[in-house]
Design a protein. Structure first.
Length: 421
């Protein structure tokens, strides 16, 4: 007997019992994006490695440790996408979309990172994100936060905290990095190996360290908000004013930074304390220099991404069910003529009841066995076709979830009854 083949660790199956929840969440998110005027964009799972190197920065953990990359026969390096923004920016530049004005788009799909799997962090994970190109004021930053706030309300989620910060302009950040390097270099003996590497490659990431022994050192570090130019200060003040106008509570987190090089000015996260170490459900911010960095014309840009696995985990942790009542009917047929007739009836039912779930039994088992399957499927009614029903050109309608009695009638009468429930 051959050894059972299992999925790659950190790449999970979405099983039928959970798929309806995923579909409902994705549908609701898409509906909210559409209501704000965002249109869907789809980019390939595979891009040239250069796309991510230019966008994310060769020194980042994603590029140096986590990407799934390989060489083609012609020597070209390709990679599975580790995040969504870089591919969307590449598409914007390639098709010159910003020339048509402000672009509001959203995407959804799997991303890939080679890292140690744990709850809420997987090698294949799914994101839904939004990106806006061509709008540089804080109003659009606030609109993105409003989209997420509306989504949490629609899903019934509670106890989420909005954390915000500003990373200033690129010039602000470069000068601040020098200040941070000077500060942390004086405390090198206190830094662990990971943060010593960050000191060399991306000192802002030290501020985001989860090492408890470093929190006092980090708290005493110089603050970026004290080293902003006037335009960045005003942008952050405008952003806060819009949030207050929308009555969206927020907390300023001066240590909120980004692991990706392309962020500037506004950054934000929605966090929870109900999922252990994986606290961020949604993260976003502004990246005004990225389009130009990747070869396009200077274009303001801002966006966010939601981790679907973490969002689903949070819904389950808060015992939120998104299932809405849907009429469910199970066709029970016995005998070859009844089986053929059931196919015709199912077609008529689908036209008359387009939102109903219709199960047409394919086991060809006994009435008893089929009724067991109807109960297991959670059907509201059984439509029964036996020899007597076939002879009289009728069907029998049996309630499965209440004490109503079975009735025999014409198909038209049954449809009329079901339509008026």
């Amino acid at each position: 007997m051959s050894k059972k083949i299992q999925a790659v660790r950190g790449m999970n199956d979405l099983l039928p019992k959970n798929s309806s929840l995923w579909l409902e969440v994705e549908t609701r998110i898409s509906a909210i994006f559409n209501s704000f005027g965002y249109k869907k964009i789809s980019t390939p799972l595979v891009e040239k490695t250069q796309v991510f190197q230019q966008a994310i920065g060769a020194a980042s953990d994603i590029i140096s440790k986590e990407m799934y990359s390989w060489q083609e026969a012609n020597g070209e390096s390709l990679s599975l996408r580790p995040e969504g923004t870089a591919g969307v920016v590449r598409a914007m530049i390639e098709h010159n979309l910003p020339r048509d004005g402000v672009q509001k788009v959203f995407y959804q799909g799997p991303m890939f990172r080679h890292e140690r799997p744990q709850q809420g962090r997987y090698r294949q994970f799914h994101q839904i994100g939004a990106e806006v190109f061509g709008a540089e004021n804080a109003k659009i930053d606030a609109e993105l936060v409003a989209i997420t706030h509306n989504l949490w309300t629609d899903l019934g989620l509670k106890n989420l905290t909005l954390e915000i910060n500003t990373l200033g302009s690129n010039a602000d950040r470069q000068s601040y990095k020098a200040i941070l390097v000077d500060y942390f270099s004086k405390h090198k003996s206190e830094l662990d190996e990971n943060n010593l590497r960050r000191l060399e490659q991306n000192p802002l990431r030290i501020l985001d360290s989860k090492n408890k022994s470093l929190q006092g050192l980090i708290a005493a570090a110089p603050k970026l908000t004290e080293h902003l130019d006037d335009a960045s200060k005003q942008h952050f003040e405008d952003f806060k004013a819009y949030l207050e106008c929308l009555k969206i509570p927020y907390k300023i987190n001066p240590h909120l930074v980004r692991g990706l090089d392309y962020y500037s000015r506004t950054v934000f996260e929605w966090t929870t304390d109900e999922l252990g170490a994986q606290a961020a459900i949604c993260a976003g911010g502004r990246y005004d220099g990225l389009v130009e960095k990747m070869g396009g014309s200077p274009t303001a840009a801002v966006g966010f991404a939601i981790g679907l696995e973490r969002l689903i985990l949070l819904l389950q942790a808060q015992n939120i069910s998104l299932e809405s009542p849907v009429l469910s009917i199970y066709l029970v047929a016995f005998g070859e003529p009844a089986q053929r007739k059931s196919m015709q009836i199912t077609q008529k039912l689908r036209r008359a009841l387009p939102t109903a779930i219709l199960y047409n039994d394919v086991s060809l088992g006994s009435f008893k066995a089929q009724f067991k399957k109807a109960d297991k499927a959670g059907a509201d009614f059984a439509l029964i076709l036996g020899e007597e029903e076939i002879s009289n050109n009728q069907i029998s309608l049996k309630p499965l979830k209440n004490q109503g009695s079975q009735q025999t009638m014409s198909l038209e009468k049954a449809i009329n009854y079901l339509e008026n429930l």
